[in-house]
Design a protein around this ligand. Structure first.
Ligand code: UP5
Ligand code: MG
Length: 194
């Protein structure tokens, strides 16, 4: 029955809003497995013999969105390999192609319990990424790519969050506060989703 299917929470919000940071805190206290779509794509890009490595890097550097077949398969493989049943899927689905592809490939295999939405001003998002960019070595933490990432987020990802909001699946979190304050809100939101 559907009660035995793996449970998923999508974690969305702008570039640098703090999705990854908060997911790491959640993992320490709740039984979720954290799967960052961006981290999985970056790992696949590095993997010797990958047939899609260049395609992935091209999208990451342009701030555009990788075709869903690639991302969704990386997510599904990681879910299977974990052997676990509750997942935080961080940074996905980012557009309609992602959402439709997820529903096709995973709709019958998982239950989406809710969406954590990390709300943050553009200015804070950009500043956090540029600050991180001094150390991160990420090919997309520069001013030029950040403009494109923000643009992609506004045009493609916000409508997905609005779609989930209309069906009452979104928990909004003020991501502009300190890490600890944000985490307080995260805990309340997760307790409501369970
Ligand atoms: N920081 C965090 N919280 C803070 C707080 N409360 N106060 C002050 N500072 C805070 O945090 C970013 C930085 O801010 C860190 O230095 C942190 O210490 C600090 P982080 O937790 O890393 O934020 P996060 O939201 O995870 O930012 P990230 O850059 O990872 O978000 P993106 O959504 O832009 O990046 P992602 O890795 O998901 O995707 C990258 C690219 O991959 C995309 O642009 C796209 O090209 C591609 N992609 C796809 O194509 N499809 C996908 O499904 C996913 C990605
Ligand atoms: Mg991240």
């Amino acid at each position: 029955s559907s009660a035995k299917l793996p449970n998923v929470i999508f974690v969305l919000g702008g570039p640098g809003a703090g999705k990854g940071t908060q997911c790491l805190k959640i993992v320490q206290n709740f039984g979720y497995v954290h799967l960052s779509a961006g981290d999985l794509l970056r790992a696949e890009r590095q993997r010797p013999g990958s047939k899609v490595g260049e395609q992935i890097e091209d999208h990451i550097r342009k701030g555009t969105i990788v075709p869903v077949e690639i991302t969704c398969s990386l997510l599904e493989n990681a879910m299977i390999e974990s052997g676990k049943e509750t997942f935080l899927i961080d940074g996905f689905p980012r557009n309609k192609d992602n959402l439709d592809g997820w529903n096709r490939q995973m709709g019958d295999k998982t239950i989406v319990k809710g969406v954590l939405f990390f709300e943050c001003s553009e200015e804070i998002c950009v500043n956090r990424c540029l600050e991180r960019g001094k150390q991160s070595g990420r090919s997309d933490d520069n001013e030029e790519t950040l403009k494109k990432r923000i643009n992609t987020y506004n045009e493609s990802t916000l409508p997905i969050i609005q779609y989930f909001d209309k069906i009452n699946m979104v928990k909004r979190i003020d991501a502009s506060k300190s890490e600890e304050q944000v985490y307080d809100e995260v805990q309340s939101a997760l307790n409501e989703i369970k």
